[in-house]
Ligand binder design. Sequence first.
Ligand code: SF4
Length: 280
Amino acid sequence: MRSVDVKEIADAVAEMARESNYFLGEDVKCAIQKRAQEEPWPVAKSVLEKIEENIGIAEEGVFPLCQDTGLACVFLEIGQDVHLTGGFVEDAVNEGVRRGYRDGYLRRSVVRDPLRRINTGDNTPAHIHYEIVPGEQVKITFAAKGFGSENMSRIKMLPPSAGAEGVMDFIVKTCEEAGANPCPPIVVGVGIGGTFDKAALMAKEALLIPFDRPNPDAFYAEMEEKLLRRINDLGIGPQGFGGETTALSVKIKTAPTHIAGLPVAVNINCHVSRHAERTL
Ligand code: SF4
C-alpha cells in the first residue's frame, strides 16, 4: 500500500488547469499544421493559419488560447493499492481548480445551479470521474471543456437494427447540425454501447485519446477513418468558412450493451482541444 497526499493532487490539478489553457498538445498542433498545408480553399487555409498564429501567441505570451477557459473535467484513475491521505480527494481537486483558474487569470465559467445561474466565482466544482485501477499510482487527466462545442453534443438510443450505418449517419448528422457553432475544425469523441450514461462518458473520454493513436480494433479504426472523411466532406470548414477541414480527428470508445439497445453519444470538442495528464 502506497500513500499519496491529496495535496499533490491539488498541486497537479492547479498546474494542469493553467498548462492546458495555454499550450495545446503536439498532436492537435500537428493536425492543424498539416491541414493548413493541404487545405485547397484559400479562405479555409487562411483561417487555419490564423488558428496556428493564435496558438503561437498563447504559447509565447502565456495567454489562454480562448476566452472560454472551460469547465474543469477531471478523470482520476486511482490504483487500488493507494491510500489517499491529507484530506478528501474531491476537496483537493476543487482546491486545484480554484488555484489554477485564479493564478492563471482564467475565466470562471461555472454557475452553481443550472436555472438560477449564480457564478460560483472560482470555476468550481470540477466534474470528477473516478476509476479504480490495479497498481499503486494515481493518474490524473485534466480537460478544460468549452461549451460552444459541448452544447452541440448529442446522444441517441438507437435500435440495434440501425447497425454501423445508422450509427455513422447519426454521428455525421450531429456534426452537420452543429455547423460553425463548435468553432471547427472539431474533434469528435464517440461512445457506442453501454448505457445512456456510459455512452456519454465514453464519448468524453474518447476526446482525450491522442490523434495519432490508432484504434486497437481494426473494425473501429476503419469506422473512424470513414467518419473523418464523411465529416470533412460536409464542407463546413474552419470556423464555418467552407473547405475540406471540418474535423481533425474522430475517436471511438465502445462497451458491451443490452441486446435491445444501441446507445450512441457524440461529444464534440473545438480545435482548442485542451487536456493534460500527470501520474503520481
Ligand atoms: S468552442 Fe472552443 S474555441 Fe469556441 S469559444 Fe468555446 S472554447 Fe473557444
